[in-house]
Ligand binder design. Structure first.
Ligand code: B4P
Length: 191
């Protein structure tokens, strides 16, 4: 199994690219954002609590997402590996993921980090709000908070993974096709 992290700030294109990359390389696409939105749509008590946190642009507790991912890892067959999208988002989540994979004889093989200018991130999320109606995309102050939370809590993972030789920066500006080609070129070397 070859396991990738797709990484970058909100709106950097993680979700957009993951769908295509997972199909091309036969990977299981695991998006914690999608899992949480699915939990919210079913109206559970957990979903209600998560909805409140996400609508402010904050991160949900590590424990919640780690448990969601653990269940998925153990129910997967017939794939060449995993593509983790939006997970991990804290160093604690990264350490938990490493342990989960190590316990099963696997590891993180590469961390692909999309590099996108701040103004472009905001532009993309505002545009998505028109179509998706996502509450966390609608309010510009929530978008700015998500970017701040990324810098404070998520970006330190880059240093953590760099020390392990996993960090692979990828230019995330340009057309979706161009970025897909850049990501694919890196992944081809490992799959
Ligand atoms: P996510 O669902 O992970 O979403 P995201 O970071 O907002 O977006 P992404 O980078 O995937 O952007 P996309 O491709 O869609 O997280 C949402 C929330 O869930 C978080 O804020 C947090 O509260 C919670 N959460 C999730 N995981 C968590 C975790 N592990 N721990 C704690 N909390 C967690 O692209 C955005 C838009 O840009 C799209 O409309 C797309 O069409 C467009 N776009 C993409 N590429 C483009 C390009 N090249 N040119 C123009 N537009 C482009």
């Amino acid at each position: 199994m070859v396991n990738f992290l797709i990484f970058g700030p909100p709106g950097s294109g993680k979700g957009t690219q993951s769908v295509r990359l997972a199909a091309k390389f036969n990977l299981l696409h695991l998006s914690t954002g999608d899992m949480l939105r699915s939990e919210i749509s079913t109206g559970t008590e957990l979903g209600k609590k998560m909805s409140l946190i996400m609508s402010k642009g904050e991160l949900v507790p590590d424990k919640v997402v780690i448990e969601m991912i653990a269940v998925k890892i153990d129910s997967t067959k017939g794939k060449a590996g995993f593509l983790f999208d939006g997970f991990p988002r804290t160093v604690a989540q990264t350490i938990a993921l490493e342990k989960m994979l190590n316990d099963r004889g696997m590891k993180i093989n590469s961390m692909l980090v999309l590099d996108v200018d701040h103004d472009e991130l905001v532009k993309r999320l505002v545009a998505r709000a028109e179509l998706s109606g996502r509450p966390d995309d609608k309010d510009p102050s929530v978008i700015e908070n998500r970017i701040d939370v990324y810098k404070e809590k998520t970006e330190p993972i880059i240093e953590y993974c760099s020390k392990k030789g996993l960090y692979q920066p990828v230019k995330g500006m340009g057309t979706i096709d161009d970025i897909f080609k850049r990501l694919s070129d890196h992944m081809k070397k490992l799959v």
